[in-house]
Design a protein around this ligand. Structure first.
Ligand SMILES: [Zn+2]
Ligand SMILES: [Zn+2]
Length: 391
């Protein structure tokens, strides 16, 4: 509860287009000459009840009350404040249902499940330099691979300290500092007391193809619902469109390394996918965590983006089946009957599950036979239970 609305601040920085909330607060803090923690309090966020960024769901979701308090303090509209949070992607590229301010566990659960870094970010050094330190919200998405404007791969790691950009100490989200001023153009990683001062605009990046830049642009437009989502010529909702991308990424990963020469991904992304598969151990989430986990680097994201975009770009059903076929074949070759039991619930559109049935005929036949016998759906390789599942 915000009992008393904050005073109107004299110095306000206008949010930049697509800027993340944390980035705006940092720039506000610099303008007002106070550390981020004091800035957040001045904006009217209730930092007493939820002291760290995770329980504040900082930059992830917000409340109407907080938006109104910030509007009162800054004159920036509630709608704009909300638009700086990751919740702008809820229902399209992210599922943030159940994430609540003050409920740290709800934040943690979504953090483990969704393809996003709540408290970290990739970055385009050129965009950051040009804007004087504006961090964009979409750089936090795990599908963020390249900058469509500069056609370069986004940066994950600081070359000086080898720590993920914007990651807090020891993998924990950085606290809202009570004493340190933000430095939006520097790495800023905390390393045993010292702060890494690598200038981010000086980090070199590699060039991406026009095609990949266009695929990234499409992802952003569907994510923000500026463009209708189509699968095999049929209009689907944005959530279904991203479910198709994720399911395709999962299928492609199942077929590594056999699938690599068949992928439309750039060669260095193929290497990154192979390295990812080689370096992965079965984690706590089991096989789903292994194949369905968020790509950790922009290079892996680029490989999955290129592959999944090709599938999503199929204009009709037969083309969709043709594009899925090599992926399914490679996955079958790799796993034969040992295929791990994957059961990631995904809201796949019927046109895509039908294509999956077509490329996995044995599972399709078993399911068809079961339906004829009036039984419930058996455990096939790909199984549908209301919502589509893979198994
Ligand atoms: Zn850029
Ligand atoms: Zn660094």
């Amino acid at each position: 509860m915000v009992a008393v609305w904050p005073r109107r601040l004299a110095l306000v920085v206008a949010p930049a287009y697509s800027e993340s909330f944390a980035s705006w607060v940092d720039r506000m803090a610099l303008r007002n000459g106070c550390p981020p923690r004091a800035m957040v309090e001045a904006l009217g966020l209730d930092v007493r009840a939820a002291s760290d960024v995770r329980s504040l769901a900082y930059g992830v979701v917000t409340t109407l009350e907080t938006c109104r308090a910030i509007e009162a303090a800054t004159g920036v509209s509630s709608e704009t404040v909300r638009g700086m949070h990751l919740e702008v992607f809820d229902g399209s590229v992210l599922d943030l249902a159940g994430v609540r301010v003050g409920d740290e566990e709800s934040v943690r659960r979504a953090e483990g499940r969704e393809w996003v870094r709540f408290f970290g970010s990739r970055v385009c050094p050129t965009c950051l330099a040009a804007s004087g330190g504006v961090w964009l919200t979409w750089w936090k998405l795990s599908w963020a691979a390249v900058c469509p404007e500069h056609r370069t791969l986004l940066v994950d790691l600081c070359p000086r300290c080898r720590v993920a950009v914007r990651r807090g100490p020891a993998g924990q989200p950085a606290r809202l500092s009570r004493s340190r001023m933000p430095a939006p153009l520097r790495c800023g990683a905390l390393l045993s007391g010292a702060v890494c001062d690598q200038p981010i605009p000086q980090i070199r990046t590699s060039v991406a193809s026009h095609e990949l830049a266009d695929q990234q642009q499409l992802v952003l437009e569907v994510a923000t619902r500026r463009r209708p989502a189509l699968i095999a010529g049929q209009v689907v909702n944005a959530g279904q469109w991203f479910a198709v991308l994720k399911a395709t990424a999962l299928l492609a990963r199942l077929g590594v390394p056999e699938v690599l020469p068949l992928l439309d991904a750039p060669p260095n992304s193929q290497d990154a996918l192979a390295a990812e598969a080689g370096g992965q151990r079965w984690n706590r989430a089991g096989p789903v965590g292994r194949f369905g986990m968020a790509p950790r680097t922009a290079l892996v994201a680029a490989g999955l983006l290129a592959t999944a975009s090709k599938v999503a770009a199929a204009e009709e059903e037969s083309e969709l089946v043709a594009r899925l076929m090599p992926l399914a074949t490679a996955a079958r070759m790799r796993w034969k009957e040992r295929r791990p039991d994957l059961s990631t619930p995904m809201a796949l559109p019927p046109v895509f599950t039908a294509a999956l049935d077509a490329v996995s005929p044995s599972a399709g036949r078993r399911r068809g036979a079961a339906r004829r016998r009036g039984r419930s759906v058996p455990t096939g390789r790909m199984r549908r239970c209301g919502r589509a599942r893979w198994s």
